[in-house]
Design a protein. Structure first.
Length: 182
């Protein structure tokens, strides 16, 4: 069995990072960590509260601290789901590139909008037109997701299980290629 590195999922809000991360961790028999949950556990408060009391800057500081603490200190290889803004800081992008096999879950803005429409747990989408906000974020972040990605998986028009299977197949192909080349 080829020892897989940490698998880290990146992508916009609603791409399915939390959902798919849990599914692939079960299939791979690995621990699953959702970085947003780690941040909330560390803070003893939920993300809307952190944004409210410490601003987005305070949340980003917590996000970088959680990422570096959990990814670099981790002993076994795990599956991590990150928050959609993880790629905004260069130091986060360096940590991702240096410590993981990064999977970019691509979703169109239409799908992002549809999949986030029922949740009010995303502060960035509570203050204005969510479609316009998601579009603007996507223009800035899509190139950054591609910069750190080892693999890119399309999620539109695919059920979570189908996306998870495609992620697993792509990881297996990548790791096999790596061992044959090295
Ligand atoms: N491939 C998919 N097809 C349909 N719905 C999805 C898909 N992936 C995730 N979802 C749904 O979209 C919502 C957001 O998923 P989530 O995993 O929280 O995304 P993220 O962590 O990337 O923001 C959830 O209700 C989830 O069930
Ligand atoms: O895109 C972003 O900046 C954010 C995405 C959220 O995670 P999900 O991508 O899991 O919704 C969460 O980290 C926070 O609300 C900020
Ligand atoms: Mg999530």
């Amino acid at each position: 069995m080829i020892k897989a590195p940490n698998i880290i999922l990146v992508g916009p809000m609603g791409a399915g990072k939390t959902t798919i991360g849990r599914l692939i961790s079960q299939s791979m028999g690995k621990e699953f960590y959702d970085l947003d949950k780690v941040i909330e556990d560390n803070a003893g408060a939920d993300i809307p509260w952190i944004f409210e009391r410490e601003g987005e800057e305070g949340f980003r500081r917590r996000e970088t601290h959680a990422l570096s603490a959990i990814v670099q200190s981790d002993t076994g290889d795990c599956v991590f789901a990150t928050g959609g803004g993880i790629v905004m800081r260069e130091e986060n992008r360096d940590i991702l590139r240096d410590n993981a096999l990064v999977v970019y879950l691509y979703a169109s803005v239409a799908q992002q909008l549809y999949r986030t429409s029922k949740s009010n747990h995303r502060p960035l989408l509570q203050t204005g037109d969510p479609k316009a906000i998601l579009k603007k974020l996507f223009e800035v972040r899509d190139p950054l997701y591609r910069e750190v990605a080892t693999l890119i998986i399309e999620t539109d028009a695919r059920h979570p299980r189908s996306v998870a299977n495609r992620v697993l197949d792509a990881i297996r192909r990548h790791l096999k290629m790596e061992t044959t080349v090295s």
